[in-house]
Structures are given as C-alpha cells and as structure tokens.
Design a protein. Structure first.
Lengths: 347, 347
DNA sequence: GTTAGCACTCTCTGCCATCGAGTGCTAATA
DNA sequence: TATTAGCACTCGATGGCAGAGAGTGCTAAC
C-alpha cells in the first residue's frame, strides 16, 4: 500500500514513541517529552515539525491547541501493523496461565470459561469468548433417562464431547420399557449422523413406525440448536472502569450498557472470526458507532484448520496492544492444545 | 421493645416523610419541604424541633450544619419495621413478571436465572439468587453414556429434576457391554438413596464385586457435591451505577469489586436465609464493612416449609423498600408455584 | 404548644487571575 | 538545507473570592 511508505524512519520512530508514551500515561504527549525520554539526537523543535507533519497525515491529533498529541485510529492502525513490539509475558503471568490450563477437564464450556478468566485477569481488559459453534458436528449419542414416570431427561452428545440436555414433561405416564425402545430407535436413526443430516430426517414419517412423542423430538431439536448457536462468555466487564478514558460516569455507563447487549457483541465477534487469524478492530473501524473509543482484538481457536470458536479482548483504543497480543496468543496456544487433547481419539 | 414506643404519632409521620422524600430525591430533606409537601397543619419551625429530637434519638443525621436531614441506618430500620407501605406494582410490571414466569420450563437453573433477571429489571437494583442447595435430596438415576471408547458421560439426576453431568476419560478403552453392566450396578446401589446415604457407601468394598472405575466414582461424587453446593447468580450488577450515591467512581468501583466476590455474597445470603422469611440487612447491619452503604433484602423460595434457596436484592441503603418488597414477594410467589408444579409428581 | 423572625453556618456556583504545558513561527546556526 | 533556540501565543487547569441559597437553632411573641 502506498501509505505504508509515506512515513520515513524518523517519523515512524516518533510516532511509535508518541503511541507508546500515550498508552503508558494516558496523557497527550508533547515534543519535549519525546526529545528527552528517548534521547534521540533531536531537539524538541525538530520533533514539533515532524509532529505537525504526522498530524497533517492523520496519524495523531491535538485535543486542543495547547496540548500534546494523541494517536488517532489511523495512528493506532499503523502502530499495530508496523511498529508494535510484542511484549514478553512476565514469569508469573506465564505460570498463572499454564497452571490453570494444565488442569485437565473434559468439558468445553469450563475450558472456555477458564480461558476467558485468564485473558481478563492477565490483560486487565474485558475478555470475550465465543463458545464452539458446531455447525456440522456429528451426534454421538441420544439418550432418554427416566426421572419419574412423567418426566424424562433427554441427553444429546456431540462428538466434540459437548453435552446438552433437557427435561421434558409428558402428557401421560411413560414406562421404562417404552423409554428403552425409544432409546434404541432414536440412536438407530440419529447416532453418527451430522446435524445437517438429522435435520433432513422427517420424524413425522417415522411416527407410524415407532411413535416418538413430539416433545422428545422437540427437545432433541432444541439441543441441536444449542450446538449450532454461538454462546458468548464475557469476563471482567467491569475492568473498563479501571481505565481513565472511562472515568466519566456517563461514558462508563454507556460502554457497560453496550457490553450487556450480548447479541451485538456476538455479532461483532462472529464477523471478526471470519478473518481466521489475529484480527484488530480499532475504534471507528468497528461497525458500531458506540464503540468508537474501543478496540477489539480477536483470534480463533480449534484444531489446525478447523476453528471452532473465537477468543478476544475488548478495551479502550488506548490499549496495551503488545501485551494483549502476547497474552491472547499464549492462551490460544494452550487452549488449542487442550482441545486437541480432548478430541484426540475422535474417530 | 422499648425503643419502638419512643416515637409518638407525629414523630413517626415526620420520620416517614423524611425517608420517603429522601428515597425519592436522594437529597437531604429540610423542614420546609416537609411542612409544604405533606400539608400537615404544622409550620416548619415545629418540624424543625421534632427533627432535632429525631436526630438526638439517632434516626436521622445531618451531613453538615446547613443541610437537611438524611435517614440513618436506625431510621431505615424503624422505617421498614413500622412505617413502610408496600407499593403496588404497576400493571405492566405485573404483566412482565407473569408472562415471563408463565413460560413453562423444566430446568431449575433456567427458572432461577429468569427470576433473577426479573428482579433486577423490575427493581433496578442488583438481583442475587442462590440456586437450590439440595442438602439431602434423593438421587433418581445415574447413567453412564458412551461418547466414544475412551470417554464416558456420567449423568446424575436428583429428584428435583436437577441434572449434573461430567465427561470422564478412561485409561483403557471401555466397551458398551461393560457400561451396561456398570449402569445396572450403579443404579442398583444408588437409585432412590439420599445423598447422605450414598456418601456412606463404601465403593471400595464393592470394587471386588463389580469393579467400578475410580474415575466413575469420582465423577459421581463430584456431581453430588454440585447438588449440595450453593451456586449463586447475580444479575444487573452494573445497575448500582445508576444510583447517585455511587456517582463517585471510587465508590462505584469499590462496590463492584465487592459484588464480584461471589463467595462473600454467597456467605452473606446464606446467613440471611436462615431467617426463613423476608429479611432486611440495612447498611451497617451487614457484617461486612464495605457494605455499610448497601442494604440487602432476601427471602426464601421452595415448597411450603421446605425452602431450597434464596432470592434477594442488593442496593443502596436508600432503596425503594416498598417497591422492592412487593416485587420480591410477587416473584417469590410465582417462583414457588413453578417449583411446586415441577415437583408435582414427586414420589 | 406553636410559630414567625432572625442571625448564623455551610455548600455551591460563577468569576477572575494566574500558572504552566505545549504549540507554531521566525530567525539564527552548523 | 536541516536543525534548533527563542518567543509570543493559546488554552485548560487551579485556586481564591464573593454572593446566593438552603437550612438550621434560638428567641420571643402568639
């Protein structure tokens, strides 16, 4: 791209300094500060000139005439694309993450939840994790279990080891023998089939043959819907209050209100997930207008080539990008490892 | 109690007026305001004298010399015990609640969650709901379901219709026939027994007979532990930001931090639950020091005489007590109704 | 017993001067 | 030609001050 070269080495260095400083201090940064801190052999006046250029090019802006400069969204974008350095995680952060992820569990939902807690704790921002969306998984088993004669538990297991269940209440008592027969019939029909195939089955046609109660069919369909749907977890929502850009109560409330709209966030994360890899949405790059002061960093998890979900971070545009990226990548790596382990003997 | 009579009719009326006004306006209320608004045949000077008495008795305080009066915790306590009027719910609130609660579901966890959302929406405060703690329930069924030859799903159902499950991974492949035998054996041992009885069973002794893998036993024990443990839901945590007493960011953060400590809240709610009925903890009546500006209102739910959990509200001491009590009571009523319905044919 | 009147207290608001950080521009310098 | 020292200027932030307003306690009159 043309604009990638419109900045010479020195401008890049100054821009990087401004952004690094601003991320660290949350204060507009002036020419003197830069001249001093990174003792490059330049006077503040020179830097002032360069800053004027950078402002004209749109990488930084001035809150008001007599203030220092603040990165614009374009500036942040250039930063993450070209300037940012990954920040090594501290030893205790690494050990915190690994110890948590080394604890073996066999439930996806808990694994995901754990990952989101880690992300939020380590980064200090809000973690957002989209649970597996099993678009075309295979049903391993369907099982009816009698609770009492009026109620039956329906359990559906997908090959990823994700389980959904639902209790149904019958119109008329149903005995164990009948449940046994239904179990056999259902598994004969469903076991080993993909969700898509199951959806094409006309249970109505089968009714004559084995007479499956509609409530059972409905509950199975409901479970299947749960497999396909994209549940979303968020962790550390109130973390945003810890950052000065939301020191104003009105803004904080606005953002918290936004984050409560899970479907909006889900939609956004889903769209980001299509990018497949580490994806940044900086400020106004977000489709949603209320998010113009927020950045979203996401990446996908799953087995190589087969992503099943998304993890990410939501925070102010003034985010510690280097740290966040390192954290996410590391957690993603361990998450993938666990998933591969869980699905190891998946036929 | 002696102090219940230290206030004559007029003092009570004035105290009630002060508290009602303060709850509505969040502003210290002065003698003129009261003389005017509730046109009792008294001048402001008279009320001033009474207010001085009330202050001396500790029911109200002055933030500073030239300000109006504000209720103290003792004042609120007298208010909820003697003065407060229940506030009728608006038609659309009643219809919101009933419509939500009329939707039949058979899962406790969802029912509880729904109730907490309703409480938080209707009151505007933070809802806290303690899920059923099934101290001595009966296990209806234990079922092993094969996921694949290395993994088995263990499902445990309590008579209340609550289900817990866990996937376990075996050291060595395990075939369907073996699972079948285990299922039969386990149900023979466990079905219909109370949790307490099951705990006393020495699985080790049975090992020789049927050889139940330790992982299976461990997972059953884990499920049982989940039945006994008191899971807590909170809804509308960020609602506290909407009340002026937490307009100061520091305070808001302190409270939000406190509410994130689920175990602290759980402990508190559990203690309140022992009271069995509608219980108020006002400000400093809470054991926890950080809660000196918060009130907690709780009540229990379940079937008559057999409470299984707690619902409640956490908000500022300046809470719309009348409204909250009405809301909680109404939701409690419908919640109880649903629970009775769910457990109707419980042997 | 009640109340009108009054002096007093204390917060809140707006105003103004001052301070200081930072800028842009110009002219001098290497 | 690029850099820099110097300077005038801008503008938000800070603190002090006066005045307004709300509310009180007390006293004396009803």
């Amino acid at each position: 791209m043309a604009w990638e070269n419109e900045l010479n080495e020195r401008k890049r260095f100054i821009l990087k300094s401004i952004i690094d400083d601003y991320i660290a201090s949350a204060q507009p940064v002036g020419s003197r500060t830069i001249a001093k801190k990174h003792d490059i052999g330049l006077g503040s006046a020179t830097i002032r000139n360069e800053m004027a250029d950078l402002e004209e090019l749109g990488y930084i802006t001035q809150p008001h005439t007599s203030a220092g400069r603040v990165p614009s969204d374009k500036g942040y974008r250039f930063y993450v694309d070209n300037l940012m350095q990954l920040q090594k995680l501290a030893y205790d952060e690494i050990s915190l993450i690994s110890r948590a992820m080394d604890q073996k569990i066999e439930e996806f939902s808990q694994l995901i939840k754990r990952a989101s807690v880690l992300i939020s704790d380590v980064t200090g921002y809000t973690a957002v994790v989209m649970a597996p969306q099993l678009k075309s998984t295979v049903i391993k088993s369907v099982q009816l279990i009698s609770v009492d004669e009026m109620r039956t538990l329906v359990v559906v297991i997908a090959k990823e080891g994700i389980v959904h269940n639902k209790i149904i209440r019958h119109e008329n008592p149903i005995d164990n023998e009948r449940i046994e027969r239904l179990n056999n019939a259902l598994n004969r029909i469903i076991k080993g089939k993909t969700i898509d195939n199951i959806k094409r089955i006309s249970f109505l046609e089968l009714q004559g043959e084995i007479n499956i109660p509609t409530s059972v069919i409905a509950s199975i369909e409901e479970c299947i819907k749960k497999f396909e749907s994209a549940e979303i977890y968020m962790e550390g929502i109130t973390n945003i209050l810890n950052h000065p850009e939301f020191g104003d109560l009105m803004k904080a409330r606005e953002v918290l209100g936004l984050l409560k709209e899970e479907d909006v966030i889900a939609e956004m994360v889903k769209r980001a997930a299509e990018k497949q890899a580490l994806d940044f949405k900086i400020g106004s790059e977000n489709e949603i207008d209320e998010m113009k002061d927020l950045s979203v960093i996401t990446t996908v998890y799953g087995r190589e080539g087969k992503d099943i979900g998304t993890i990410g971070v939501i925070g102010p545009t003034r985010m510690t990008y280097g740290k966040v990226v390192s954290s996410i990548k590391y957690i993603q790596k361990l998450l993938n490892r666990e998933i591969i382990r869980m699905l190891a003997d998946d036929s």
